[in-house]
Design a protein around this ligand. Sequence first.
Ligand SMILES: [Ca+2]
Ligand SMILES: [Ca+2]
Ligand SMILES: [Ca+2]
Ligand SMILES: [Ca+2]
Length: 287
Amino acid sequence: MPKKQKKEIKPALLVIDIQNTYLQYIPDADKDADRDGSTNLEEYMAGSDPTHYDPTEQDLVLRWTNTVIRGPTRGGEYTIVMKIAIENQGNDTFPEGTLMVCVSSDPDLDSGDTLIGEVSIPPIKGGYVKTKRVRGRVALNTTAPRIYFIACAQSGRQASIPAVEEVQGGVDLGVELLGLDKSGPNKRGEYTVRGSISATNTGHLPSGKCEFQVYSSADEIFDGADIALFEKPKVLPKLLPGNRRARSFSYTVGEEAGGGYLIIKVDSGDSIQETDEANNEIAQPRP
Ligand SMILES: [Ca+2]
Ligand SMILES: [Ca+2]
Ligand SMILES: [Ca+2]
Ligand SMILES: [Ca+2]
């Protein structure tokens, strides 16, 4: 009579404490839990006796093992791929839970931080390590010299101590002049100016695509009075940290204009927020 047998099964809990070779059978744990006013069995057990199941006895230690930052997308979001080792240094099995990773402007995990991603964690026995990969896409503050990624494992209401990965951040574009000369005149009396530059990213995050423009200026200072030589600014590719890319430009002038300066400015449209915006242009006497 399987139906009747099923009815006779009562909720119960078997508690095994390996350290103290302790074994306890609580036949009416669910009723006791109700009387206690606890909302569930786990809460009741956690509060009733230190030898009972207690999630705080798991001593979870998180370690960052690898962090890769790629991007950004056109919208300025970076892809972050992280590997985190979760070691259960306690005796109890960590029940299944969640590993979440946030990005923060400081080393503290709080409500102002942005969630990058989360993955589920399988149960981890005491003394065992599991490595999880978390991947997510998030906008990073490219003006901040430091970024904090914070990982935290959770099961129910229990959470591990957060593990912080501090990385150097920031995008800083700059420009160097490689060459500038003028040739001519041709048959029509025109002169050709050719220049080549090197755009650099001395920050620690990859930069998105940006532009550079060449201006004609009466002085060495870039200001609103300066005239852009190209209708459309020149496009610069994405620059990885520490990378440089050479680009050239040329234009013709009808007659030999004397005096004044050329100002070459990277990120001329200021589409990229940088740790230093004051090193984006160079001025050179007009050839
Ligand atoms: Ca924070
Ligand atoms: Ca800069
Ligand atoms: Ca000027
Ligand atoms: Ca900028």
